[in-house]
Design a protein around this ligand. Structure first.
Ligand SMILES: C[S@@+](CC[C@H](N)C(=O)[O-])C[C@H]1O[C@@H](n2cnc3c(N)ncnc32)[C@H](O)[C@@H]1O
Length: 339
């Protein structure tokens, strides 16, 4: 069987990513001595020599970051960035209603427009998988003049979306539906185009399975949050994927969406603060437990970050049934988190 261009690119990337697994498989915070330190001593030295300002600048700028790595590991970077997908062409003149953007955050609206613009003309009914309120559906319905069926399990979003579609007299039908449960009969029609924007983990995997099962005409997908899956290990669906040597658990899957390129400055600052506080607590718990081992803590809710570092540590300790002494010098541990 001939391998497609995408299949060839997949195999090349698969090879290089698996060969350098030690560089990306390590979980953040768990170990101070990373396995790759031994076989990449120069890289270790250069990374640890970066001052804070340069490290932050590289963290925030993916182009500068790749350049920095390319100077040190040219072959690896060439192999990783050798393939780039065909640029996405704007195929469709969008028809946008005067109120379509109302109430949608700016970034979300840009994503909806970019997704809709990249579509070829669709001449079939469309199923919007996990549609939310159906912001994308409204733009696509106006532009393609095809009926759209929104599948969404949050009744509130179904009600709000239905109201908007009715107001604008759009041919959009909302279905209160759990997409992981048996689907309504109309989905089985092979002439449908399945479309999903930001359907997380198992939700988009399920769409791919259904599309294959129904032999549907077309699918358009921009997935996200690959780690939101019930499986401990990722199970590839494609033939080339099934041959891959790479084992991806949830934290490895999360790497794909961890980069901060699309995050606002506020979100980036929040992420950096979270990291400093996690590291500070980690230093503290190692001292209190007198053991040099990482102790995982649950995900951190926003309200915890608006309090003090001391209350954060007390919350984390309680979560892990750890008793903290009264005389802790929290400023010291905060500084250790920042170091
Ligand atoms: C990240 S949002 C994306 C919404 C929309 N596609 C967009 O891009 O604006 C994911 C949506 O999936 C819905 N959802 C989550 N689990 C679902 C399920 N099992 N069945 C149907 N919808 C689900 C959520 O309620 C949410 O509206």
């Amino acid at each position: 069987m001939r391998t497609s261009k995408l299949g060839t690119a997949f195999n090349q990337l698969d090879h290089v990513i698996s060969e350098h697994a030690a560089l990306w498989q390590e979980k953040p915070f768990v170990s101070k001595q990373l396995a790759w330190f031994k076989y990449q001593p120069a890289l270790k030295h250069d990374l640890l020599s970066l001052d804070d300002q340069t490290a932050h600048a590289l963290h925030r700028d993916p182009v500068a970051r790749i350049d920095w790595f390319r100077q040190r590991m040219p072959e690896l970077c060439d192999a990783l960035y050798n393939y780039s997908p065909e640029p996405i062409q704007a195929h469709t003149d969008l028809s946008i209603g005067p109120f379509d953007q109302v109430g949608i955050p700016g970034r979300k609206w840009l994503q909806v427009l970019a997704f809709a613009k990249s579509l070829n003309k669709i001449n079939t009914p469309i199923i919007d998988w996990c549609s939310g309120k159906g912001h994308l559906s409204r733009v696509v319905q106006r532009s393609m003049k095809q009926p759209v069926h929104c599948l969404e399990w949050d009744q509130k979003l179904v009600d709000l979306g239905s109201k908007l579609a009715k107001r604008d007299r759009l041919e959009i039908y909302y279905h209160h539906q759990n997409v992981l449960a048996p689907l309504p009969d109309f989905c089985a029609h092979p002439e449908h185009t399945f479309m999903a924007l930001h359907a997380c983990g198992d939700l988009h995997i399920e769409m791919l399975k259904q599309v294959a099962y129904y032999r549907s005409k077309a699918l358009i997908l921009s997935p996200c949050c690959y780690q939101k899956t019930k499986d401990q290990q990722y199970r590839p669906l494609s033939m080339v994927g099934k041959k891959s040597q790479i084992q991806l658990d949830r934290s490895a899957l999360q790497l794909a969406v961890q980069e901060t390129v699309t995050a606002s400055q506020g979100e980036q600052r929040k992420r950096e603060k979270t990291q400093r506080w996690r590291l500070g607590f980690d230093a503290l718990q190692r001292d209190v437990r007198k053991t040099d081992q990482y102790l995982s803590i649950p995900s951190i809710k926003n309200h915890l970050l608006s309090g003090s570092f001391a209350s954060f540590c007390q919350w984390a300790a309680k979560e892990r049934q750890l008793t903290l002494p009264d005389d802790i010098d929290y400023d010291l541990y905060l500084r250790r988190g920042e170091d």
